[in-house]
Design a protein. Structure first.
Lengths: 264, 725
């Protein structure tokens, strides 16, 4: 599609604005600007320390001691501030002074998590992603920061790991007459939940993804056998290549009640 | 069962609630002027999230500009002043040219004028009762209402409803020229104006104290999904002398609903033993209609309609226990029982064509019974070493799956009676986790852990191969196939992590995880050993992951985070040859932020992802048109750069500009340029106005000029934010 003039004028305005911004930068308000830009700051609040939080949130703090985020700290100058709770929730003095006013403490936002997990932020900027930046989902839909989760339980949690995905993707839950065994290893064998460059958040295009496991030494023969069936050129309806991807025929990769080979 | 009617009712409720809530906003700023403001009056517009404005109860009250008489409304509904209140009406419009469906899919937003209330929230406290509300009401289509009322040390009620829309591109990202295949142009982006699904969730929870040590929690969850979506699979477009394309995406109409009710009764015994029995039951009912069309030389040659009714009932019983036996000893455990029954029905029809078969799957009766037990402990200050924590955990599960399916071929019920398929799976899972964390060294956290898993899956299936539409007996002539194997899984995952803060300016992290996963097949019986999964067999997967990062505070107010991740993921099949399958990822992420000049703040971020999947397979022909390299490998390389500039023009006016470039270097071959600029005006301590203008251009570089997914356009967004309290 040709690039029309519509792009040229906004681009000019954009460059002009940046130029003006550089030109006009002469005042001494750097710290104020930075604070204003920091969405996680409570203006006028100071760090109070985790012991203060314990006074009201004893149970949360006690369990938080078990979490992998415990020990996260912020430093300002040579002083460690915001250890544990306040490293995510910001300075808490105003929250304390107002007897726990929730508007006076930093609460969850994806940007708060992205401040450290910048790679996850980049993934969510890719074309295929769960709608976390749009505010329609949040990190806590899948991750639990407060309760005794990953650090303590991990693979010993009562529920299987896929249950988090099945909360929304219910039709994949089964059980099916013919199950796809990798489902037991977790959805992330095939999907990247944070974001990726391929449709349906797959970790590779659907041919390469399937061929990671489903290949045989004679795939390159004329018949291109896979699973005892010719999938190569001349393989009739079974061939992969021009006009066919694996999923076009194996239409139910999560499991099937009809076909052993997930054809529907 | 229709999910739509469940979605509409909460919308009415939301609008009514917003009407009340926005009335509250009319309380004048003076009433709150003596309160300190904790909310930063500056607002952040996410231009992607805004939708259409339509007249609503909230707008009728004009919350910001017409305070007269609103105190009465405020008191009538809420009694006393709020602790805090903010509202952010917004209006957004997009002008998109090119593939609008791709734009909607990638940006998660409609490409028209949208708007409403981007954000509204308040908190209120009256005596020992607290009330919190947050909401969003963006017409077409993003709604949220979350209300929580709680009494200190008493009962609480939490209600949340949200609904949003997922858009789909009509071409399913495949560029092609329908005219060359003698098909109308609309097949390029086939009817994608209304190609979306509406997702809805409503969660209600009520907690009531039974005593000082016990309470009961009642829950109800509603899940809905309704609309049309595009599937990954495609259908053929064939034209003599041209390559066959699978460019006609398959569509599905979905209409599903799920209801879950739950009861939990957490209580404490002896002040330290927390016990929580709970029960939940979920009923999921869905309806899928999938339409699949295949064309040759412009003529319909095959039509398949898949009619599915996915459904299950899921009963879960849980008993959880945890306790700090002392300040340093934490123990936890639990029992989980799950009965999951799936009664999905499926049929396939081929109407009005040469082979008008109807395959019906009228009787699916699958159930799984799982019993899970877990126990673990965390020993803080282990061995009296301050800062040394040890964790142990164990999980055991036994699951039995019994699945039975019956299929009929409607074309000839006499000679093709019921064909049955049966599967019985017996599973034993055991998992152990052990780890040590040491925080005894100054500014250092060291972690060392080992996860292990052992599983045994006894797999026994029998099926009548004549139930298969395309049936082969591989020369045996026996349609009754059977397969029985015992699969042993052994997972061994050690990991180490080290975090150290060198000084107040530099924090370093390094981590390594090794996954060793083995699958051993001990096949007992196989009617056709050459048939799937005969040759797959034993498998070994080795994954090495290295992660390093540095968080650096630079001079003059600058800060930077650098992160590098390396993943080498290899799968080997000793039965057929080793070392031919691997996936490699190297991901670099970096951010810089700080004052570029005294009034100019900049945030720069970037990611480069080298990502390759190397399969051992090679393409069978030379005319493969689609994605991937010739050898059926996958190149997912991508990089992103983004720059955000903020400039404080005056005390009350700041401007901002941002630019983002995303380049999918690999098989996807596309680029996205986005640039935005705008300003923010702080009207006073409690109000701000923000305007934003954005241009963007998406180039799909996979060839097929004029038929690819290119789009470009502009967006404008306006938001006013009022914060009180």
């Amino acid at each position: 599609m040709p690039n029309t003039g519509i792009m040229k004028k906004p681009l000019f305005v954009f460059c002009l604005l940046i130029g003006l911004a550089f030109y006009a930068s002469s005042c001494r308000e750097v710290d104020e600007i930075k604070k204003a830009l920091d969405l996680h700051t409570i203006p006028g609040a100071e760090y109070v320390g985790m012991e203060t939080c314990t006074a009201c949130h004893e149970d949360v703090v006690k369990r938080y001691r078990l979490e992998s985020h415990y020990g996260t700290s912020l430093e300002e100058g040579e002083k460690i501030v915001g250890e544990a709770c306040e490293s995510c929730h910001g300075p808490g003095s105003l929250h304390v002074e107002s007897s726990g006013d929730k508007s006076k403490i930093v609460r969850y936002s994806p940007e708060r998590c992205f401040a450290c997990h910048i790679d996850k932020k980049a993934q969510f900027q890719l074309q295929y992603h769960h709608p976390v930046p749009e505010g329609q989902m949040n990190c806590m839909d899948c991750h639990d920061m407060h309760n005794t989760g990953p650090a303590t339980h991990a693979i010993t949690d009562l529920e299987r790991s896929n249950e988090k995905c099945f909360k929304c993707h219910k039709e994949k839950k089964g059980p099916f007459v013919f199950e796809h065994d990798p489902m037991r290893d977790g959805c992330q064998v095939c999907h990247e939940p944070h974001g990726g460059v391929y449709n349906k958040l797959l970790v590779a295009d659907d041919n390469a993804l399937c061929l990671r496991c489903h290949w045989e030494p004679n795939t390159n023969n004329a018949g291109g056998n896979i699973g005892g069936v010719a999938h190569g050129a001349g393989g009739g309806n079974y061939f992969i290549g021009p006009g066919q991807d694996c999923v076009d025929h194996h239409r139910s990769p999560h499991g099937s009640n009809t076909w052993r080979t997930f054809n529907r | 069962m229709s999910g739509m009617r469940y979605s509409k009712f909460p919308l009415t409720v939301l609008i009514a609630v917003l009407g009340i809530v926005t009335s509250v906003a009319c309380v004048s700023a003076d009433e709150f002027s003596d309160k300190s403001s904790a909310d930063n009056p500056t607002s952040s517009i996410n231009i992607k999230k805004n939708d259409t404005s339509v007249p609503s109860a909230s707008e009728a009250n004009d919350p910001v500009t017409t305070p007269a008489g609103t105190s009465d409304i405020f008191e009538r509904y809420l009694g006393t002043p709020l602790e805090s209140f903010s509202i952010e009406p917004s209006l957004t419009t997009y002008f998109v040219k090119g593939d609008r469906g791709r734009f909607r899919q990638d940006w998660n937003v409609d490409d028209r004028t949208t708007g409403g209330v981007q954000d509204i929230r308040f908190t209120k406290k009256q005596g020992d009762v607290s009330l919190e509300f947050e909401g969003r009401d963006l017409i077409n289509y993003d709604y949220l209402a979350h209300l929580r009322v709680s009494k200190e040390n008493g009962h609480y009620f939490d209600a949340e409803w949200k609904s949003f829309r997922k858009y789909w591109d009509g071409s399913q990202d495949k560029p092609w020229d329908p005219a060359a295949y003698n098909l109308p142009a609309q097949f390029q982006d086939w009817d994608d104006e209304e190609l979306h699904t509406n997702r809805g969730n409503a969660n209600f929870e009520y907690g009531y104290p039974l005593s000082e040590q016990a309470k009961i929690i009642l829950g109800y969850q509603l899940w809905t999904r309704e609309g049309r979506e595009t599937l990954l699979r495609g259908e053929d477009a064939v034209r003599a002398s041209l390559p066959t394309l699978r460019s006609i995406p398959v569509r599905r109409r979905v209409d599903g609903v799920s209801h879950t009710v739950s009861v939990r009764v957490p209580f404490t015994v002896g002040e330290i033993h927390n016990i929580e029995p709970g029960i939940s039951f979920e009923a999921y009912r869905d309806s899928h209609f999938t339409n699949s069309l295949r064309y040759t030389n412009g003529a319909l040659v095959q039509q398949r309609d898949y009619i599915e009714k996915p459904q299950f009932n899921d009963l879960q019983l849980q008993l959880k226990y945890d306790s700090f036996l002392s300040d340093d000893v934490y123990v936890h455990g639990g029992y989980f029982f799950n009965y999951l029954r799936n009664d999905s029905v499926q049929s396939e029809q081929r109407p009005n064509l040469a082979n008008p078969n109807t395959y019906v799957n009228p009787d699916v009766n699958n159930y799984r019974v799982s019993n899970v037990f877990s126990i673990g402990s965390a020993l803080l200050n282990f061995l009296r070493q301050k800062g040394l924590d040890a964790r142990l955990g164990f999980r055991g599960e036994h699951a039995t799956t019994d699945a039975h399916g019956t299929l009929t071929d409607g074309s000839d019920a006499t000679t093709n009676p019921f064909r049955t398929s049966d599967t019985a799976l017996g599973e034993g899972w055991f998992a152990e986790a052990v780890s040590l964390t040491y925080r005894g060294l100054a500014r250092t956290t060291a972690f060392m852990g080992l996860d292990m898993e052992q599983r045994r899956l006894d797999w026994n299936e029998t099926f009548d191969a004549k139930s298969h539409e395309t049936f082969t007996t591989f020369g045996s002539g026996n349609p009754n196939m059977g397969y029985e194997t015992k699969i042993t899984y052994i997972d061994f995952v050690p990991k180490v992590k080290l975090t150290h803060r060198l000084n107040s300016a530099v924090k370093l992290f390094a981590g390594y995880r090794w996954q060793e996963k083995e699958r051993q097949y001990n096949t007992q019986f196989d009617t056709h050993p050459g048939y799937y999964p005969g040759h797959l067999g034993d498998q070994e997967r080795r994954v090495h992951e290295v992660t390093t990062s540095a968080s650096v505070r630079l001079p003059a107010g600058w800060a930077s985070i650098l992160k590098y991740q390396m993943v080498a993921d290899n799968i080997e099949f000793p039965k057929v040859g080793d070392g031919q399958q691997d996936m490699d990822r190297d991901r670099f992420t970096v951010s810089f932020s700080g004052p570029l000049a005294q009034k100019l703040f900049v945030y720069i971020a970037g990611m480069y992802d080298y990502y390759r999947v190397n399969t051992p397979a090679f393409g069978p022909g030379t005319s493969r048109w689609g994605w991937g390299e010739g050898a059926y490998d996958f190149n997912g390389d991508v990089y992103i750069t983004s720059t955000n500039l903020n400039y404080q023009l005056t005390k009350n006016v700041s401007t901002f500009a941002s630019y983002q470039f995303t380049n999918s270097l690999g098989d996807n071959q596309n680029t996205l340029n986005e640039a935005a600029t705008g300003f923010r005006y702080n009207v006073n301590k409690t109000s701000s106005f923000e305007a934003r203008y954005q241009v963007f251009k998406f180039n799909d570089d996979r060839g097929v000029e004029d038929f690819d997914d290119d789009y470009f356009g502009q967006g404008m967004s306006f938001a006013f934010k009022k914060a009180l309290g």
